[in-house]
Design a protein around this ligand. Structure first.
Ligand code: CA
Length: 403
């Protein structure tokens, strides 16, 4: 998830990230020391105070573990069912409801001011750090300097390092308290430094933007961020829906958007069987675990959630967790488990789809939206239910043997 978040940051905030020359990569202590000297002059040129450069940047350490985590590739694709069930747990729903009640007045105030309902703020908080239970314990300056001195994404992380130094320079936090994930995501809602600089706000009136120690600051900053990236205050994220028998599943996917009245004409209803709301809204249909699992219509706010973290499964988890925290019941259909596939098996599937002309894209071993769309095209041309779901039978048709 983190790598997607980082990718997202570079995709949607290009204006936030000044362009820096790639810094020399470090493969030994001497090279790292040389690299830090370069970073110090870049920081001074960017207006970071001499005090912070000499006291904090000069003291950074190279952390081998950060590079290991950056290079890590999961062996298996995590299915939607597994992803969703691990994140939207009963414990998290119960705790979310308790915290919603406990912080009701703060959440109402923030919600009124920024237009994001309380349950969404609690849901992001729950998914990002388990309600502040785990911020990450890596010194952010060490992580960012290590990544800035590594060749893979030097330019991006040099920019984020400079942003982190600006945050220290403004007095919001000291370098020793600035802890976060291995990739520099910080505080209750895991903001990268560029997002912090642009969207974090002081909401408890102490003149410091403190996303580690101040819940008012953290929740208001999350709401300010969501408003800034387009949250529509009168709309939901989406909803679970019920599909008619014989539904044309090739209409599913974020790439296809219809009005609610068009979805109604295709026979789509609310999960409880009642008609869709008669409002002028656009929506896409998602069936993340195939035609036997839950179906969702998702609205503009779903795309806003994906600007926070560019993964459909994450956005569905935020939306459903928010609903559950707000008192809603379970989904009417449980996600369906798919066979566990390793990278080689996914590559084999992607290559076979490509060879047969179904355009799965680069065979990268990651089962994403492009691969699912290719599966759907294959299914449709073979007279199967075109839900894009890699079930056991489909995999066997491509010679992918699963347990
Ligand atoms: Ca504050």
């Amino acid at each position: 998830m983190l790598s997607r978040k980082l990718l997202l940051s570079t995709l949607i905030y290009p204006s936030l990230i000044a362009v820096f020359p790639a810094t020399a990569q470090a493969e030994n202590p001497a090279e790292f020391a040389t690299c830090v000297e370069q970073l110090k002059s870049t920081a001074l040129q960017q207006g970071i105070s001499n005090t912070v450069v000499e006291r904090d940047l000069a003291a950074v350490n190279y952390v081998e573990r950060v590079i290991e985590l950056d290079r890590r590739q999961p062996e298996f694709s995590e299915s939607f069912a597994t992803y969703f069930e691990r994140r939207v747990t009963e414990d998290r729903i119960v705790r979310g409801r308790e915290l919603l009640a406990e912080h009701r007045s703060l959440l109402n105030r923030v919600s009124k001011e920024f237009g994001v309902p309380p349950q969404y703020l609690v849901a992001f908080w729950g998914l990002e750090t388990n309600f502040g239970g785990f911020f990450g314990k890596m010194p952010v300056l060490d992580s960012l300097a290590t990544l800035a001195c590594d060749q893979r994404r030097s330019e991006y992380f040099t920019g984020e390092l400079i942003n982190a130094l600006k945050i220290i320079d403004e007095g919001s936090i000291t370098a020793s308290r600035m802890q976060g994930s291995w990739a520099g995501a910080m505080g209750h809602t895991q903001f990268m430094p560029s997002v912090f600089l642009r969207y974090a706000i002081d909401y408890d009136g102490d003149d410091k933007r403190d996303l580690w120690g101040s819940l008012p600051d953290a929740l208001a900053s999350a709401a300010n961020f969501l408003r800034g990236i387009g949250w529509r205050k009168e709309e939901r994220w989406g909803r679970e829906v019920k599909l008619p028998n014989g539904f044309a599943f090739e209409n599913a996917g974020l790439g296809q958007t219809l009005s609610l009245s068009q979805w109604s004409k295709l026979g789509v209803r609310q999960a409880n069987g009642s008609a869709l709301p008669r409002v002028d809204m656009k929506a896409s249909l998602l069936v993340p675990s195939g035609h036997q699992g839950p179906a969702f219509l998702v609205y503009e706010n779903f795309h806003v959630i994906m600007r926070w973290n560019r993964a459909e499964a994450y956005a569905l988890a935020v939306g459903h967790l928010a609903d559950r925290i707000n008192g809603a019941g379970k989904l009417s259909r449980e996600p369906v488990q798919s066979p566990r596939l390793n990278r080689d098996q996914v590559m084999q599937l992607q290559q076979a789809l490509n060879e047969q002309g179904f355009a799965a894209g680069n065979a990268d071993g990651v089962l994403g939206p492009g691969t699912r769309a290719a599966i759907s095209r294959y299914q449709k041309s073979n007279g199967q239910i075109a839900d894009g779901f890699p079930g056991k039978e489909l995999l066997e048709q491509f010679g992918v043997v699963t347990e």
